[in-house]
Design a protein around this ligand. Sequence first.
Ligand SMILES: CC(C)(COP(=O)(O)OP(=O)(O)OC[C@H]1O[C@@H](n2cnc3c(N)ncnc32)[C@H](O)[C@@H]1OP(=O)(O)O)[C@@H](O)C(=O)NCCC(=O)NCCS
Length: 169
Amino acid sequence: MTRDLTIRPMLATDGPTVLALYQAGLDGGNASFETAAPSWEAFDAGRLAGHRHIAAGVDGAVLGWVAVTPVSSRPVYAGVVEHSLYVDPAAQGRGVGRALLAALIRSTEAAGIWTIQSGVFPENEASLALHRSCGFRTVGIRERVARHAARENRWRDVVFLERRSPVVA
Ligand SMILES: CC(C)(COP(=O)(O)OP(=O)(O)OC[C@H]1O[C@@H](n2cnc3c(N)ncnc32)[C@H](O)[C@@H]1OP(=O)(O)O)[C@@H](O)C(=O)NCCC(=O)NCCS
């Protein structure tokens, strides 16, 4: 599968597909506390240019995406970002997520970004396995940190992960 994948920059014309895959991930109930994907304008305003990648199949179809937001406006944290990673449900389990995360690690390290962080629900076994195999460690588990409207409004734990780049010094 990965041999047939292309990783390329996300374009504004990808917006509708990116947001549809985002919504499909949210609808799965284990990706995020959010229940609705943002508008393209809000998505575009919040994500760093240069670290938005698309995985496309041989036919050009968008199979997934990854993007990052800065975690703070404080200059000392300029190299710390939080990422979102969404793969088309029909294309999961075939290496798309791994290829996107690898591309993100490459682009962020090349830009001097030293830490990528993410919050993952403990039930999201695919995401936890993928991140751990790409060098993320568990910082801790945030207990009952927020209510999830899409899951009977129940309190949910979040596993807080980070990858400190070994090459950005
Ligand atoms: C989580 C997600 C991004 C993973 O992407 P993917 O393309 O399905 O993952 P990959 O095929 O690249 O798998 C990478 C690794 O994860 C592991 N993995 C994948 N699916 C798994 C599963 N269901 N259970 C356990 N491990 C799994 C495998 O160990 C695999 O490693 P391998 O290459 O050594 O076999 C994808 O399932 C997704 O988009 N889910 C919905 C949205 C979401 O949850 N996003 C993440 C929010 S934190």
